[in-house]
Each structure stands twice: as structure tokens, then as C-alpha cells.
Design a protein around this ligand. Structure first.
Ligand code: XUL
Ligand code: CO
Length: 444
């Protein structure tokens, strides 16, 4: 049964002169070469199963608004899951992207026991494997939902009850197996409720030891099954809990170093989570790139007036270009990609709205990629950064960094040669103008 019957397959690239009444890409042209590489291979766009197919458009004040027939609770759950999977693959192929991602519970209904949940998931994963073979779709990442069920209200790995920890382990082991079986390129752990609601009942040290133990077991299991994809942690400062332990990239980095887990995990940076943590997307990417942590991106943004996770489609080239610039500076994606962990607004009830959100977001990323590539090719920012730190590349600066001068020698040197360095312009406004010049002048 065709669900999106009015949408052409696949949505074409039509350029800037496209008819606004027909779905088409204005900038995203998969075969276009950017810095010698295909746009599709650089952006590695993915669609998420959960918000797009598994969420009815409900919020804390109201019921679902969307037309998602497979979410009708009166249906046989496995039949509904098959219908949902058909609609999802129809959407992926009509949109013309190559990747998708899912949680265990998005794809198959939970059973009455872990055993039954496992067999439901196995059946749906086999079916997804057949659809992937037919369509050429690839799994960007798999993950387990360890935050929706009431048993996880006090966390999964950080739960005070070790039986909840064990239940989470069963789900994660099974989803790692499923991800491996589908040739998934990454496995994600988002610590949705790995945090606290109040410190009155919380032992933070105990909970972080538990989380570290869980992550060590995950890294060990990856080796046991020969999974060669990347393990990713997805930082977020809060929501649903008051405070989450994977606050931002730097916090995750410190945690991994503290527990000897460096090198085992990288980060999946979400644009909206970056802004919730008080940083910019560019900051989070630059930190991860500089510390060999960069893995993948969830491209959804927030609303500047809201303090919560609105998961909107990216639509600002100004915001995305700088983050994409840092990604390109680091060499681009390896196993990661741009996942659309995006939600429609509740009033977007037409079937084609899901396409409009993705098409606009993908065009925004494509345009940001062109801007970032132009900045990189022109060495606009790198030349300035090189100039700014040139003193550290040789002489006293280089020797101090290498550790061959102690504080006394350095202080004596400063006194002996009577150092009196003068301030140098950081040229911020000039650079901001250069970035705008690249945004305004980059050809379509
Ligand atoms: C929640 C969030 C999740 C993760 C996967 O804010 O981003 O959708 O990406 O569990
Ligand atoms: Co996310």
C-alpha cells in the first residue's frame, strides 16, 4: 500500500529556478562534487524512524494530531509494525537519501517479556534487512530506547536498582546484535535518564561508576561480536531529567578519560543539545574534532525563544555553515553523517509536510556545505588562525610547549630581554564579514 502517493520518486534536484509548488531540491544534488567528493558522500543524510514514524504528534498538553494509521492502538502490533516499516522505506526512497536510524522499540512492539520483545525485533529486523537489500538503504546507527518505559524512570545504567541495569543490558546487547546484523555503521547511546531529578536522593559518584561499568561492557561486547562500527555517546545537558551526566562534549571527554574509556567512544553531537548546554553547534563540533571525539551529528535545532528540545528542521545556513566548516576542517565524516532527529510541528498534519521538512533541511545542509568548502578552500579562517598562533610554532614558544623550559627560566628570560608585548587585533569583525561574504557569494 502506497502511503505518500502524491510524492514523486525520487524527489528531483531542480536548482534555484524550481517550481515552488512541486517538491524538489534547490541545492542538494547528490552527484555534485564539492572539494572533489560527491555531496551525498560528504553529507551522509539519514532519516530517523522515531519522530517521523513512531510519534503521533502528541505533546504534554495534547494527543497526537498526525495521520499515522499504523499507530492505532486497536491494531495487531506486529501488523502495524510492518505497515509502519513499509511507509518508512517508501519515505526514505522517495526522499532519495541513503541512511536511516532506529531504536529497538520504534521498529517492533515490546512483548510481554524480554524474550518476546527479542523475537518481535528479530522478525522486523530481518524484514528491514530485506528492504535494505532491495532499496540500497544503509543503517547509520542503531540504538536502544532506555528512557520511555516506566522501569527506566530513575535511569538505566545509573538506576539504583541493578535489575534495571541488567534489563538495559539485555536491550543493548540485542540492539547491538541487530545493528551488527544490518551492517550498521555506528551504535548510539543517548543517556536520556542517566542523570537526576534531585540531589536529595542521589549519589553522583555511585551513578557515574555504574555508567562507566555499563559503557565498558558495551565496548567489550563490541569486540566479542566483531562489530567494526563506531560507538557514539550523545551529549545532552538536561531534559527529560534536571541534569544529565553526558552534559556536553567536554564533559563526556573528561568522563571517558577518567574511566580509561578514551578511544572506545566518540560523540554524536545534536545541534539542539549543543545550544541547550549553553554552547553553539560550532563549539561542540570544534571541541570534538580537536580531541579526536567527533563521530556524527543530529542536525535538528532548537527555537531561540524556547528552553527545551524542539527538534526542528535545520533552516539557518548562518548557523550550520560554521559547524560544517569545523567538520570539514577535521576531514569530514568517517562512519557518521547528518541524521534528521527532527520533529514536525503538531499542526503539520499533511502527509507531504514530512517531505517539506526534510527537503528544506537537506538543502540547508547542502548550502552550508558549499559555504564551508568555500571558506576552507580560501583558507580564510585557517590563515588567520595560523597567523595568530605563529609565535608558538618556533623559538621560545615551541620550546615552552615541548616542556623544555621551567617557570624560572621563562621568568628570567622575560626579565632579561625586558619583554613588553603589545596587544594584537583578533580581527573578529573582519572575520565575521568574511564569513558573510562566503555565505552571500557562494554560487548555487
Ligand atoms: C533525544 C534524542 C534522541 C537520541 C536517540 O533528545 O536526541 O532522539 O538521538 O535516542
Ligand atoms: Co538525537
Amino acid at each position: 500500500m502506497e502511503f505518500f502517493a502524491d510524492v514523486p520518486e525520487p524527489i528531483p534536484f531542480a536548482g534555484a529556478t524550481a517550481d515552488p509548488d512541486r517538491l524538489s531540491f534547490q541545492v542538494y544534488d547528490p552527484d555534485r562534487l564539492v572539494g572533489g567528493r560527491r555531496m551525498e558522500d560528504l553529507l551522509r543524510i539519514g532519516v530517523c524512524y522515531w519522530h517521523s514514524f513512531n510519534w503521533p504528534g502528541s505533546d504534554i498538553f495534547g494527543a497526537g494530531t498526525f495521520d499515522r494509521p499504523w499507530l492505532d492502538p486497536s491494531l495487531d502490533p506486529m501488523g502495524a509494525a510492518r505497515h509502519k516499516q513499509d511507509a518508512a522505506f517508501e519515505f526514505f526512497t522517495k526522499l532519495g537519501v541513503r541512511h536511516f536510524s532506529f531504536h529497538d522499540v520504534d521498529m517492533a512492539p515490546e512483548g510481554a517479556s524480554l524474550r518476546e520483545s527479542r523475537s518481535n525485533l528479530d522478525e522486523m529486523v530481518d524484514r528491514a534487512g530485506e528492504k535494505m537489500a532491495d532499496t540500497g538503504m544503509k543503517l547509520l546507527w542503531g540504538t536502544a530506547n532506555l528512557f520511555s518505559h516506566p522501569r527506566y524512570a530513575a535511569g538505566a545504567a545509573t538506576n539504583p536498582d541493578p535489575e534495571v541495569f541488567a534489563h538495559a543490558a539485555a536491550q543493548v546487547r540485542h540492539m547491538m546484535d541487530a545493528t551488527h546484523r544490518l551492517g550498521g555503521e555506528n551504535y548510539v547511546l543517548w543517556g536520556g535518564r542517566e542523570g537526576y531529578e534531585t540531589l536529595l536522593n542521589t549519589r553522583m559518584r555511585q551513578e557515574s561508576d555504574q555508567l562507566a561499568r555499563f559503557l565498558s561492557m558495551v565496548a567489550e561486547y563490541k569486540r566479542q561480536i566483531g562489530f567494526t562500527g563506531t560507538l557514539l555517546l550523545e551529549p545532552k545537558p538536561q531534559e527529560p531529567t534536571k541534569h544529565q551526566y553526558d552534559y556536553d562534549s567536554a564533559t563526556v571527554h573528561g568522563f571517558l578519560e577518567r574511566y580509561g574509556l578514551q578511544g572506545e567512544f566518540r560523540v554524536n553531537i545534536e545541534v539542539n543539545h549543543a545550544t541547550l548546554s549553553g554552547h553553539s553547534f560550532q563549539h561542540e563540533v570544534a571541541y570534538a574534532v580537536d580531541n579526536d571525539l567527533f563521530g556524527s551529528v543530529d542536525a535538528n535545532r532548537g527555537d531561540p525563544q524556547n528552553g527545551w528540545d524542539t527538534d526542528q528542521f535545520p533552516n539557518s545556513v548562518d548557523e550550520m555553515s560554521l559547524g560544517v566548516y569545523e567538520i570539514l576542517r577535521g576531514g569530514g565524516f568517517d562512519t557518521g553523517g547528518f541524521l534528521f532527529d527532527t520533529k514536525l510541528r503538531r499542526q503539520s498534519v499533511d502527509r507531504c509536510d514530512l517531505f517539506h521538512g526534510h527537503v528544506g533541511g537537506i538543502d540547508t545542509l547542502a548550502r552550508s556545505l558549499l559555504v564551508a568548502d568555500a571558506l576552507l578552500q580560501a583558507e580564510t579562517l585557517e590563515a588567520e588562525r595560523d597567523r595568530r598562533y605563529a609565535g608558538w610554532a618556533e623559538g621560545m614558544g615551541a620550546e615552552v610547549l615541548a616542556g623544555s623550559w621551567d617557570l624560572g627560566r621563562l621568568a628570567d628570560h622575560a626579565v632579561d630581554v625586558d619583554l613588553n608585548p603589545s596587544a594584537v587585533s583578533g580581527r573578529q569583525e573582519h572575520l565575521e564579514n568574511e564569513v558573510n561574504r562566503a555565505i552571500w557569494s557562494t554560487p548555487h
